[in-house]
Design a protein around this ligand. Sequence first.
Ligand SMILES: Nc1ncnc2c1ncn2[C@@H]1O[C@H](COP(=O)(O)OP(=O)(O)OP(=O)(O)O)[C@@H](O)[C@H]1O
Ligand SMILES: [Mg+2]
Length: 200
Amino acid sequence: MAHLLDMQKKSLLRLDHFIKDIVDHSRNTRLPVDIESVDFEKLLQATFEQLQFLENGSRIRKNISVKQKGEFHTASSRLEIILNNLISNSLKYSDLRKEDPFIEVQIKCNSTSAEIRVSDNGEGIPADAKPRIFDMFYRATANSSGSGLGLYIVKQAIQKINGTISVHSEYGKGTEFIVVIPNFLANDKKKLLTAQEIVH
Ligand SMILES: Nc1ncnc2c1ncn2[C@@H]1O[C@H](COP(=O)(O)OP(=O)(O)OP(=O)(O)O)[C@@H](O)[C@H]1O
Ligand SMILES: [Mg+2]
């Protein structure tokens, strides 16, 4: 009986995650890119709160460092999508056989840009799978209970705010994603609009 309940819980969580992906995707493509002032510390805290029910979540050491100098302006709705997906991947693809499974989030920002690093010592990504991880519906492991949408949505969200993403990963060792996004100070909004036209 307990086993059945456990299975039910897992499929509910999976469904919940899938619906979230779809909603994120449609929000990202349809909603305007509203630029707001962002508090990275708060945003990270909210992200970890949202993810606390993920399997494995509590067994992984979290190392977080935020260095925010002054105001940072971007579309916080997009930033949420990015952080949520990268951090949930690091938790999902952790390797609990390692002595000290950890995830590290480092954010540094100044008046021009922010650099967000999300790294883990999880299962890593096989070299031949790496070029495809941002593709829609692509999953690099049979362990994934997801739909392969997360990183696709991340990439789209990053394009919306004129950022870049790169990944370093070694199979069996761990993974690091590096996101760089520009700081859109109030008078930059016009620039963002023109950039959006190029994206579409
Ligand atoms: N931090 C990571 N460590 C190891 N593998 C990863 C990591 N992040 C992503 N991957 C691999 O890249 C694939 C694609 O990731 P993506 O987030 O797009 O899909 P997913 O996690 O399988 O499903 P979804 O995010 O829709 O639930 C994953 O299936 C996984 O194999
Ligand atoms: Mg994912």
